[in-house]
Write a protein that binds this ligand. Structure first.
Ligand SMILES: NC(=O)c1ccc[n+]([C@@H]2O[C@H](COP(=O)([O-])OP(=O)(O)OC[C@H]3O[C@@H](n4cnc5c(N)ncnc54)[C@H](OP(=O)(O)O)[C@@H]3O)[C@@H](O)[C@H]2O)c1
Length: 269
């Protein structure tokens, strides 16, 4: 495992995403992920699987302190952030979150209200770190004026560069968590990734996950409902891309955004 040191915190760079994992698939998935060695788990109120993630954590039997547990506040809960966070804690069966993210930007007043409520919960120890998700650089700046931020979780893969946010993360000492890292099955069609896979005996997906976590302060959270792919996604720590190979993967960027719902903000170019 690679760990990133952000604000004195040691964050496992490879985590397990749980979007679209429901019911038993989610319980078993989280349990299995922990057994394989994943120590960073990502969920959200809107995934409606926090209880199942919690059950998987309990079954996994890994001491709570060894898991970096992340959930996200649904925008409709921004004005009742304290209650909604307590509901997440109850569903997850834990008395603290390692990181609570605002899932999407919203109007400034609601964002501020949510951040202020989370800052109070942080003072009580119920939330260790506060962050945002899908926030462009300008909105990160305003949020950071309300409270100290730890992370921005955004879409990031070889076809979508995030230069501005990475530069900002360096300045503000933030973690950048890359979601949708596997780019919806498009990685396997890319000769650069296929060739690197052949060189290292890895799949294009493994090359991509390695490329992400090898960048300073970048974590990623691939999801898989398949036990074999869950293991493959974690099997990326026995090879290292050269600086030229890192640059070759970065050069594949073509502004291809895969998650762009109606409520999306104006993205950084
Ligand atoms: N903050 C946000 O707004 C936001 C948005 C999207 C996602 N996320 C978080 O980020 C996590 C990851 O993003 P994501 O789930 O959208 O996409 P992803 O992890 O990039 O891709 C998941 C898809 O890739 C397949 N897959 C997994 N491992 C594979 C492998 N080794 N080779 C080939 N295919 C593979 C999965 O199928 P199988 O399951 O069948 O293996 C699934 O269809 C989410 O689960 C969620 O926790 C956050």
């Amino acid at each position: 495992m690679i760990f990133h040191d952000v604000q004195g915190e040691r964050v496992p760079a490879l985590g397990f995403g749980t979007y679209l994992l429901k019911g038993d698939d989610c319980v078993t998935g989280v349990h299995h992920a922990l057994k394989l060695g994943y120590r960073h788990i990502d969920t959200a109120q809107s995934y409606e699987n926090e209880a199942e993630v919690g059950e998987g954590l309990r079954l996994g039997g890994v001491p709570r302190a060894e898991v970096f547990l992340v959930t996200k506040l649904r925008p409709s809960n921004f004005t009742r952030a304290a209650d909604a966070t307590r509901a997440s804690l109850a569903a997850l069966g834990t008395d603290y979150l390692d990181l609570m993210l605002l899932h999407w930007p919203k109007d400034e007043a609601s964002v501020s209200a949510a951040l202020e409520a989370l800052a109070k919960l942080q003072a009580d120890g119920a939330v260790r770190r506060i962050g945002v998700s899908n926030f462009p650089a300008k909105l990160v700046e305003s949020a950071a004026r309300v409270t100290r931020l730890f992370c921005n979780q955004v879409e990031y893969h070889p076809f979508l560069a995030q230069a501005r946010l990475l530069e900002q993360a360096e300045k503000l000492d933030l973690l950048v968590t890359a979601y949708r890292p596997l780019a919806k099955g498009m990685l396997g069609e890319e000769p650069v990734l296929r060739d690197l896979g052949v060189k290292y005996g890895k799949t294009p997906e493994q090359v991509t996950l390695r490329w992400l976590v090898q960048q300073p302060r970048v974590a990623t959270i691939p999801k898989s409902a398949d036990p074999r792919r869950r293991a493959q996604n974690l099997d990326i720590f026995d090879f290292e891309l050269t600086p030229a190979e890192m640059a070759a993967v970065a050069s594949l960027a073509r502004g291809q955004r895969l998650v762009n719902p109606e409520n999306a903000p104006e993205w950084d170019a």
